[in-house]
Design a protein around this ligand. Structure first.
Ligand SMILES: Cc1cc2nc3c(=O)[nH]c(=O)nc-3n(C[C@H](O)[C@H](O)[C@H](O)COP(=O)(O)O)c2cc1C
Length: 268
């Protein structure tokens, strides 16, 4: 354990918010959203962390829409869960910590058979959906321009909801092989339009997502991005590109970057 006079215990500024120290609980999907509801068990889990003295906890995998989930036991941000979410936020605040929500969309990597808007999971390019294969969904389709606009819009809606409920921060998931990183990675993005090819093109959707989220959330909420500095697979995002991704997000005004690596999906 660090001594209390370590810099880790000093307050820090994160965009528009102040953190009482440098400890932020990482997003780790806890599997505690029975029926997709962030109820008592999950609230208790995060409250205990807050009581332990961390500055901020992160509510993992808050899908921006029903079809952004890996499976239908995960939560998605919609009106029906605002009550329990509000309770969770209030309890963490009462325990003296701030709370961030990780906002994410799975794109074409899903085993969710209970799709609501889509007929099948969609990514940047048609490809194998290994996670969905046992569930009878072996192929992910390619998003058309309207699908891309809808995908982006779900992040603006998520921003509005998180602001309404009182979250202090949001962590947009740009990594780990989920929807946004499927666009960033040349391994999964084989598009020939303005969303594919050069890194500038592959970053077009991620940067639109950041802008849309900020527009929805307005001022006051810190916006962080979690990125894979490298996919760790041949033909995927390299370290050099990872640095450029971080730089581009920084230039677009993101308040902080969580540097991770790797992908949850096999990329073949
Ligand atoms: C059980 C478990 C669940 C996780 N769930 C998530 C998640 O929902 N979202 C996420 O971004 N990372 C998730 N992670 C990854 C961690 O947040 C973290 O990125 C990982 O442990 C590696 O650390 P690093 O990112 O510093 O390399 C999970 C990790 C574990 C062990």
């Amino acid at each position: 354990m660090e001594s209390p006079n370590s810099p880790l215990f000093e307050p820090a500024r994160l965009g528009p918010i102040e953190l009482k120290n440098r400890f932020i609980k990482a997003a780790t999907f806890e599997g505690m959203t029975r029926d997709g509801i962030p109820g008592q068990k999950l609230t208790h889990f995060h409250r205990r962390l807050a009581e332990g003295g961390i500055a901020m906890t992160t509510l993992a995998y808050c899908a921006t829409e029903a079809d952004g989930r890996l499976h239908d036991k995960m939560m998605y941000l919609h009106h029906g869960i605002e009550g329990p979410l509000q309770k969770l936020v209030d309890e963490i605040h009462a325990a003296g910590a701030r709370v961030s929500a990780q906002v994410v969309h799975c794109g074409g990597f899903s085993k969710n058979r209970n799709l609501q808007r889509l007929k099948r999971p969609l990514g940047p390019s048609r490809g194998i959906n290994l996670l969905g294969t046992p569930a009878g969904m072996p192929i992910a389709g390619a998003m058309g321009p309207e699908d891309i606009d809808t995908f982006v819009r779900t992040f603006a809606d998520a921003g509005r909801l998180l602001k309404r409920v009182g979250f202090d921060a949001a962590e947009i998931h740009f990594g780990h092989g989920y929807g946004i990183s499927q666009f960033i990675s040349p391994k999964t993005n084989r598009r020939t339009d303005e969303y594919g090819g050069s890194l500038e093109n592959r970053m077009r959707l991620p940067l639109r997502v950041l802008e849309a989220f900020r527009e929805g959330a307005g001022d006051g909420l810190a916006i962080i991005g979690k990125i894979s500095m490298t996919d760790g697979v041949k033909g995927g995002v390299s370290w050099e590109e990872g640095v450029r991704v971080a730089t581009m997000l920084d230039a677009a005004g993101i308040d902080g970057i969580v540097t991770s690596a790797g992908t949850s999906r096999r990329m073949d």
